[in-house]
Design a protein around this ligand. Structure first.
Ligand code: SF4
Length: 366
């Protein structure tokens, strides 16, 4: 629990005195346009700033306003999102843009509660947009803020439970007090990125060190306390990279209800081992009914490509196969489709597949 003698007034005063916007320049810094703030926040969820920055710039160039984004084709948005991962964010991005365009006349709701109602907007993004764009008195709470508050207050309440989240939201509001929320929120985010960092906190130069309980108790790296670790499930994807003499390949769209929904991929057989042989794949229930194994020649088998998601580790193997006859598309919507190699750019592919393509020259030499 929080220690009684924590001074939040000291915390907020020292934090604001330390804050300089130019210390951490970003294209959305000091921004007041709710569309650009919202867009940057959605892009930056679970994404490093260096990775997200070019995506933000591409999106605002292609879709300068929320109404332009709302009118975009789904596939075009997914394509622009390609490589960022967590594709449900892109789908929610479109849903939220269309809700703003259709139900709010193209203007974002100006309250925390109204913003929270939009698809894909959680408490953090709602607080960021409400405070930065509309000057609402609400404190942001993300991994940085959990860490700073837990350390400053010497508070070991687990952060990953719902009661823990509520407890820290109250602490964040107490820390904010009556100072302008936009400036405070920006300051605490910069402070978490530059000073009170997860593994190398700069306590020697920290402006709030004199009131920091974790420093006084030598518990800086014991805090914050997270709840139980989530288990990570291993999955093994065997992609069938089938092509014909016209350099055309089979591609299919991923189904709903699983990772990478709506993205495109080579036909996939999922097994319980990375070592599954082609003969075993042919016997598997996932083997495409329209693919006759007697007309295929195995050219090579890739190494294992790994991809870490929050709850799953994917191990992917690419089986490169040549078809003796020309490929014929199956009836939609179950496809696979037949796509020339030089048209792959039109399809949003999971990062694990683009990595394979970058490593490979898919010229089969008929
Ligand atoms: S003294 Fe260290 S642990 Fe405490 S708030 Fe400052 S940087 Fe973080």
């Amino acid at each position: 629990m929080a220690i009684a003698n924590v001074s939040w007034q000291h915390f907020r005063e020292e934090l604001l005195a330390w804050y300089r916007p130019e210390r951490r320049p970003m294209p959305w810094k000091e921004e007041t346009d709710p569309y650009r703030i919202w867009l940057s926040e959605i892009i930056l969820q679970q994404t490093r700033v260096e990775q997200g920055w070019p995506y933000f710039e591409r999106f605002v160039t292609a879709y300068p306003t929320v109404t332009v984004l709302a009118a975009a084709e789904d596939d075009a948005v997914m394509k622009l999102w390609e490589g960022l991962g967590y594709y449900s964010r892109a789908r929610n991005l479109l849903k939220a843009a269309r809700t703003v365009a259709d139900e709010h006349g193209g203007k974002f709701p100006a309250t925390y509660a109204g913003l929270l109602d939009l698809p894909g907007i959680g408490p953090y993004t709602a607080a960021a947009v409400a405070s930065f764009a509309f000057g609402r008195q609400v404190a942001v709470l993300d991994g940085n803020v959990f860490r700073i508050l837990a350390r400053y207050a010497g508070d070991a309440t687990p952060t990953t439970t719902e009661p823990g989240r509520k407890h820290f939201q109250q602490l964040a509001e107490r820390a904010l007090g009556e100072v302008p929320a936009a400036r405070f929120n920006q300051a605490i985010m910069d402070f978490g990125a530059l000073v009170c960092t997860p593994k190398q906190a700069d306590c020697a130069r920290c402006p709030v060190a004199s009131g920091c309980q974790a420093l006084a108790q030598d518990r800086v790296y014991d805090l914050p306390v997270k709840g139980k670790k989530t288990t990570v499930r291993p999955r093994y994807f065997h992609y069938l990279v089938v092509s014909d003499a016209r350099d055309r390949y089979l591609l299919e769209q991923r189904p709903a209800g699983d990772i990478w929904q709506s993205l495109y991929q080579f036909p996939l057989v999922e097994t319980d081992s990375v070592d599954t042989s082609l003969e075993q794949l042919i016997q598997h229930t996932d083997w495409p009914a329209t693919l006759d194994p007697t007309r295929l020649r195995q050219l090579r088998r890739s190494g294992v490509y790994r991809h870490q998601l929050s709850h799953q580790t994917i191990g992917a193997v690419f089986h490169v196969l040549a078809s003796h006859g020309l490929l014929a598309p199956a009836a939609p919507p179950d496809s696979p489709m037949v796509v020339p190699r030089d048209e792959f750019d039109r399809y949003a592919l999971p990062r694990i597949i683009t990595r394979f393509l970058e490593d490979t020259t898919l010229t089969l030499g008929f």
